[in-house]
Design a binder for this molecule. Structure first.
Ligand SMILES: Cc1ncc(C[n+]2csc(CCOP(=O)(O)OP(=O)(O)O)c2C)c(N)n1
Ligand SMILES: CC(=O)[C@@H](O)[C@H](O)COP(=O)(O)O
Ligand SMILES: [Mg+2]
Length: 617
């Protein structure tokens, strides 16, 4: 196997074109096998589409001296394979295992670990600026960004600055026409016409090759060809767009032709100014089930599962929208995994996909609400962080009744430090007028969405984890803005947020077995807290709060403050001891969520132990 002979990029430079084709096939087979058998999932479609591109990049550029950057980084498996980490895939995305994204601790070939989209051109601008300074070492800067990530605002901010500054960075636009779903946006539409006419790509390459062969003036003629195609270009290509920002453009290039790619990359290096090299690739290339997957080209191997909080949201939103014609749903390029695809089918024309543009999504929602619609913004909790300013000022300041439905809240695990949804409650609880629900069951999601849509005085958020949702009887479902008392005792009051409620119930059982009498509350509305819960908690000698969110400034911290206010007049010895149990840092590593929560003491035994310590027993 050629694959076993590749331990560093230099090994690639000795291969013939036929061997490169052979290696590409072996890499595809390896990736399909790894992701299909991984106990921690993984990214398939994106990596299958980036095989030849990655080989060409590592043959033309000299990583790690040259700087190769990957936007989001979910498509960097091939980069990891050719930089000596083939064996690492045995522990892909597992606790203490290899990251599913670039990881600086793993390799000097890796630079950017943040898996949030649209950042990479900014990194490239910064690194190129450093290379242009007196400290520069002549390293070339290359950034790969997908067409989906190109719909994120930061990418345009960075392009504008790159063009204005002339910083020498090579931006590879890896255009497979898809984020999860087909990529939305004017540029995507313009370029998609090229995708349907591959003859255009081949013909253009032939003409350009012929012109370049003309002695002395060939290269200029080839560049001039762009001008000659101006009319066609305006119609078919985004050249004008990029060049109006001061960034050269070349392409589109067949992203699966290593030889052609290398030629284009070498030309880009010669140009010695900021340039976008536009490559056309096929997401899921070489693996039938991915190529035929019209939903997301097997971007990852997960699919929305029945019985999850996400499924409950899908069901509830479809139902609410039947009676509330003003309801519209907004997704940031993730209609599938946020559960909105069935909604879009049930209510055609009432789902808006804004691309990977969460900031725009939130402020657009504020506009929709001002215009009389009732927007429901479905995002992953971690990606909402990017749109906090918009939630706070464009929505909160204007008191607009936008409903944020935050999936993957809490510890998500497999996707590493930049994907945990641990800041949503901390951030949104600082937005005046915001109401935050945290459901602990399938039925509560439906109840809370209904209650959220009844609130018209300001924004509402509902946050839930990427897990199965317990099914409960109607009697175990709350309503409105009230907390729900699950058990009554006198020694310890346990307050469990969302998915931590079962752990509180288990802790109470463990404590009761030791003769310790416990109260258990499901807060349901974690901001503002139900005063009845706070007053009752303050009547216990020990209060334990548990949340799958960042501890500082979270629900437990608020509860502790409010209990302390109530008990202030009491003698110190009679004031409750409040123990706030939550996530101690926002950079937790990857691993299985429940294992991480247990390690943090956010399970039944852990919370029971905390209560015993506080009781001194
Ligand atoms: C800010 C942000 N929002 C959403 C996501 C979730 N996400 C991960 S990959 C992806 C699609 C990326 O599409 P593209 O950039 O075209 O890369 P491809 O997978 O097609 O290679 C999305 C939406 C993200 N990583 N970052
Ligand atoms: C990079 C990417 O796609 C992430 O947004 C993440 O992998 C999504 O994972 P889940 O949808 O499985 O939570
Ligand atoms: Mg794409």
């Amino acid at each position: 196997m050629l694959l076993d002979r590749i331990s560093c990029p230099a090994d690639l430079r000795r291969l013939t074109p036929d061997q490169l084709d052979e290696l590409s096939a072996e890499i595809r087979e390896f990736i399909v096998e790894v992701v299909s058998t991984s106990t921690s999932g993984g990214h398939l479609g994106s990596n299958l589409g980036a095989v030849e591109l990655t080989l060409a990049l590592h043959r033309v550029f000299d990583s790690p001296r040259d700087i190769l950057l990957w936007d989001i980084g979910h498509q960097a498996y091939v980069h990891k394979i050719v930089t000596g980490r083939l064996r690492g895939f045995e522990t892909l995305r597992q606790a203490d295992g290899m990251s599913g994204y670039p990881c600086r601790a793993e390799s000097e070939h890796d630079w950017v670990e943040n898996s949030h989209a649209s950042t990479i051109i900014s990194y490239a601008h910064g690194l190129a600026t450093a290379q242009a300074s007196d400290q520069g070492e002549g390293r070339r800067v290359v950034a790969v960004i997908g067409d989906g990530a190109m719909t994120g605002g930061m990418a345009y901010e960075a392009l504008n600055n790159l063009g204005a500054s002339g910083s020498k960075a090579i931006i590879i636009l890896n255009d497979n026409g898809r984020s999860y779903a087909p990529t939305v946006g004017r540029m995507a539409e313009t370029v998609s016409r090229l995708r349907v006419d591959p003859r255009y790509v081949r013909q253009r390459a032939k003409v350009e090759d012929g012109l370049r062969k003309v002695p002395y003036v060939g290269d200029h003629l080839a560049w001039g060809m762009h001008g000659a195609l101006a009319g066609m270009r305006e119609m078919l290509e985004p050249t004008a767009f990029f060049e109006s920002l001061g960034v050269k453009y070349t392409g589109p290039i067949d992203g699966h032709d290593v030889v052609g790619l290398e030629k284009a990359l070498r030309h880009a290096v010669e140009l010695d100014e900021p340039i976008v090299v536009h490559v056309l690739t096929d997401k899921g290339k070489g693996y039938g089930p991915a190529e035929q997957d019209d939903v997301k080209r097997m971007h990852d191997i997960g699919a929305p599962k029945p019985g999850t909080y996400t499924a409950a949201f899908t069901e509830a939103l479809i139902k609410e929208a039947e009676n509330r014609l003003e309801v519209v749903a907004i997704t940031a390029a993730m209609p599938d995994s946020t559960g909105l695809l069935p909604f879009a089918e049930a209510h055609p024309g009432r789902m808006v996909d804004v691309g990977i543009a969460e900031q725009h999504a939130v402020t657009s929602a504020a506009g929709m609400a001002m215009g009389g619609l009732r927007p429901v913004v479905a995002l992953y909790s971690t990606f909402l962080s990017r749109a906090f300013d918009q939630a706070n000022l464009d929505v909160g300041l204007h008191g607009q009744p936008v409903v944020f439905c935050l999936d993957r809240a809490g510890i998500t695990g497999d996707d590493g430090p930049s994907h945990h949804g641990v800041l949503d409650m901390v951030l949104l609880s600082k937005v005046p007028g915001m109401t935050i629900f945290a459901p602990s069951s399938y039925q509560e999601v439906q109840q809370m969405l209904h209650d959220a849509l009844e609130i018209t005085s300001g924004p509402v958020a509902i946050r839930w984890s990427k897990t199965a949702a317990p099914h409960v009887d109607e009697a175990e479902v709350g309503s409105g803005l009230t907390a729900r008392k699950v058990a009554t005792g006198t020694d310890v009051c346990l307050v469990g947020v969302g998915k931590i409620l079962p752990a509180c119930i288990e802790a109470a059982e463990l404590l009761e077995a030791d003769g310790i009498s416990c109260t258990v509350w499901d807060p349901r509305v974690v901001h503002p807290l139900d005063p009845a819960l706070v007053v009752d908690a303050a009547s216990h000698p020990v209060v334990i709060s548990g949340e799958d969110g960042y501890r500082d400034g979270g629900v437990g911290a608020t509860l502790a403050d409010q209990v302390a206010d109530i008990a202030l007049e009491r003698p110190a010895a009679e004031r409750p001891a409040v123990r706030v149990c939550g996530i101690p840092t926002t950079y937790l590593d990857q691993g299985k969520p429940d294992a991480i929560l247990s390690a943090l003491g956010l399970d039944g035994p852990g919370l029971a132990a905390e209560a015993r310590r506080a009781l001194g027993r």
